[in-house]
Write a protein that binds this ligand. Structure first.
Ligand SMILES: C[S@@+](CC[C@H](N)C(=O)[O-])C[C@H]1O[C@@H](n2cnc3c(N)ncnc32)[C@H](O)[C@@H]1O
Length: 299
């Protein structure tokens, strides 16, 4: 992240996913004594923890609770030299059973990153129709037999409402036993639900647009994603904005292309993935991919 964003004493860096404050602390340290950081996280607990952790940098950062999709509403347009989006969940969220993100420990089916939000995983499982659930499971998690599973979910809630993570993990263990696979059968289902509860793909799309507004020309955007659905959104965004033409409509028809200057360039051709040492220190980084882009002109 430091190599990608090149923090300096003159820089203003934005962190849209402050989480435990690890990136923020490293960026503030590397931009001492005068570099500044603005940041947010949807999770109020994370914001409080990060503020405490960063107290030694007091006066050089401002962090608030909020979705990075709304960053351009409070961060000045064209003001940032860099922005980091480190997507998904933090270990603190995953490891607390009461947040409901983990199928390994029993907890309420909550899964909200922002506790002020009304929609929880339980509400979704108890109220959504089978077609909507199937679509969520397939689109966000590539869950096999998503239609059958969605029907099972709807059928079971008639006798017992969905309340606990254990109920869902057990259903998955029963209907698709592991059969030698290293991953738990509930992994993709939990991922798909969590993404729907938090509108993660919609937030990412809006966040990438917001990034183009708050970055200076020459400012850099680094995005770490943890699965192919979100990485595809980042890759598509980068591809579209780094082209020297735009296509009207959803399909790119070469004859209809209109030339225009590219809005960004890729800093690294390929996604950066963790090396052996990082994998040893932090096994949860195993599926991480980091893509870095640079904004080219004022938009
Ligand atoms: C992988 S962790 C970030 C860890 C952080 N970079 C660190 O160094 O400790 C992801 C964090 O992003 C937050 N998050 C995910 N989507 C978000 C969004 N759309 N807006 C704001 N925060 C978000 C989560 O609440 C979580 O705390």
């Amino acid at each position: 992240m430091l190599a990608a964003l090149r923090p300096s004493p003159a820089s203003l860096i934005a962190d849209g996913t402050v989480g435990g404050g690890g990136h923020a602390a490293a960026l503030l340290k590397a931009s001492a004594p005068t570099g500044r950081l603005v940041g947010c996280d949807r999770d109020g607990q994370a914001v409080e923890t990060a503020k405490a952790l960063l107290s030694e940098f007091r006066g050089r950062f401002e962090i608030r609770q909020g979705n990075f999709a709304g960053m351009a509403e409070w961060i000045e347009p064209g003001s940032c030299d860099g922005l980091v989006l480190d997507l998904g969940l933090s270990s603190a969220q995953l490891d607390l059973p009461e947040r409901g993100f983990s199928f390994q420990q029993d907890g309420p089916l909550d899964m909200r990153m922002d506790g002020r939000q009304e929609l929880t995983a339980a509400k979704l499982l108890n109220e959504a129709g089978a077609d909507e659930l199937a679509e969520i499971l397939w689109r966000n998690g590539g869950v096999e037999q998503s239609r059958r599973l969605a029907r099972d979910i709807v059928c079971r809630r008639q006798s017992q409402p969905w309340e606990r993570t254990r109920q869902l993990a057990e259903l998955m263990e029963r209907i698709s036993p592991r059969a030698g696979s290293k991953t738990h059968p509930a992994t993709k289902v939990f991922q798909a639900l969590r993404m729907a509860v938090n509108d993660e793909i919609g937030s990412l799309q809006r966040g990438l647009e917001a990034a183009m507004r708050i970055l200076k020309p020459g400012g850099r955007l680094a995005v770490i994603s943890f699965h192919s659905v979100e990485d595809r959104v980042v890759k598509e965004f980068g591809r579209r904005l780094s082209r020297d033409y735009e296509s009207p409509g959803a399909v790119d028809v070469p004859e209809l292309r209109r030339p225009r200057p590219p809005r960004l360039r890729w800093v690294w051709r390929k996604a950066l993935t963790p090396g052996e040492a990082e994998l040893r220190d932090n096994p949860r980084s195993r599926s991480a991919q980091c893509r870095v882009m640079e904004k080219l002109r004022t938009t």
